[in-house]
Design a protein around this ligand. Structure first.
Ligand code: ZN
Ligand code: ZN
Length: 170
C-alpha cells in the first residue's frame, strides 16, 4: 500500500491495513511473517517533511541462532517516522548529511510505501541474535544432530590445548 501525498486532505490523513503474511514474505533472509500484520497510523505533511506515527501488530518467525528451530517473535510496536522529500534531500545543505545522520528517511516526492514501513518495523522488533531458549545446546557440528533432542556419538575434538601441541609432534 502506498500513501499518495497529493491525496491528503489538508495535509493530513490516516491509514490502516491488514497484511496477509504472503504479501510481505520474506521480510528478509532470516525473518518471515507467520500471522497477519495489522498497521494503522497517521500522516502529516508539513512543507517538505512528512511525519508518520502509528502502531504495528504482527507475529514474526526467526530461526534459533544455535539449532535453527523456528522461534516466534511477537511484534507490538509504536513508531514515529520522519521523512523529507527527495528534492529537499538533494538540495544544498541537507545533501552533506547522510540519511543516517539525519535520522530521517527520504521519500520520492509523491508517496510513502507502507509495505516498507511494516517490514522495517518488523526487523527492528526482531533481535539480531535469538535463541530458542537460554540453554539451547545447538547442533552437533559433526553430524547435525540437534543436541536438545538427542545425543550423538561424535567425539568432539576439544582436547586440552597443551596436549594438542604434543599431538602435532607425532
Ligand atoms: Zn535453539
Ligand atoms: Zn554428532
Amino acid at each position: 500500500m502506498r500513501i499518495e501525498l497529493e491525496n491528503l486532505e489538508g495535509g493530513k490523513g490516516e491509514f490502516a491495513r491488514v497484511y496477509p503474511p504472503d504479501e510481505l514474505n520474506p521480510v528478509d533472509e532470516r525473518v518471515s511473517l507467520i500471522a497477519p500484520a495489522t498497521i494503522n497510523g497517521k500522516v502529516r505533511l508539513s512543507g517538505n517533511q512528512v511525519f508518520v506515527n502509528g502502531h504495528l501488530d504482527a507475529r514474526a518467525q526467526v530461526e534459533c541462532d544455535r539449532c535453527l528451530k523456528p522461534v516466534q517473535v511477537p511484534v507490538d510496536a509504536d513508531f514515529t517516522l520522519e521523512y523529507i522529500s527527495g528534492s529537499q534531500y538533494e538540495s544544498t545543505e541537507v545533501a552533506e548529511l547522510t540519511e543516517e545522520e539525519l535520522s530521517v528517511s527520504v521519500f520520492d516526492d509523491h508517496g510513502l510505501d507502507v509495505d516498507e514501513i511494516v517490514k522495517e518495523q518488523i526487523l527492528l522488533a526482531v533481535p539480531t541474535r535469538l535463541l530458542c531458549s537460554e540453554d539451547c545446546k545447538g547442533i552437533c557440528p559433526e553430524c547435525g544432530t540437534d543436541r536438545n533432542t538427542g545425543e550423538c556419538k561424535c567425539v568432539t575434538d576439544d582436547i586440552d590445548p597443551r596436549w594438542a601441541a604434543l599431538k602435532n609432534l607425532t
